[in-house]
Design a protein around this ligand. Structure first.
Ligand SMILES: [Zn+2]
Length: 117
């Protein structure tokens, strides 16, 4: 571990400071990803962040409920959390799939393959 994270595009020598991301596409290769895919990535990440916030809000509600009821949490809160957690998981997987498409697009366009993604 040298504290640097390399670009996802093979043979690209650019790196970024490690710790912020688990994977990264550099500023030279990111513009090769089609704009609609980059927009989709932003949208799915935003949806995931919103779903995550919702889970945190329900979790806090459950905590307050337990505090007020000697440890018991209303079944309705538990059910809502279950649904929210399921949604968060779905949004996380959607965002991960779009990121994979972004990587494939950057690699394909770097190699000059182009075509459909
Ligand atoms: Zn790169």
């Amino acid at each position: 571990m040298n504290g640097r994270l390399p670009c996802c595009v093979p043979f690209c020598r650019r790196t970024t400071k490690a710790g912020r991301f688990s994977e990264w596409i550099c500023g030279k290769h990111w513009p090769l990803v089609p704009p609609e895919l980059r927009r989709l990535k932003r949208g799915t990440e935003r949806a995931y962040a919103a779903a995550n916030l919702q889970c945190e809000a329900i979790d806090l509600e459950a905590y307050e409920c337990a505090k007020a009821n000697g440890g018991g949490v209303h079944i309705n809160i538990i059910e809502r959390f279950g649904k929210a957690a399921h949604r968060r998981d779905r949004k996380r997987r959607q965002a991960a799939r779009v990121w994979e498409r972004c990587k494939r697009a950057a690699v394909a366009r770097t190699a000059g393959i182009g075509g459909t993604i």
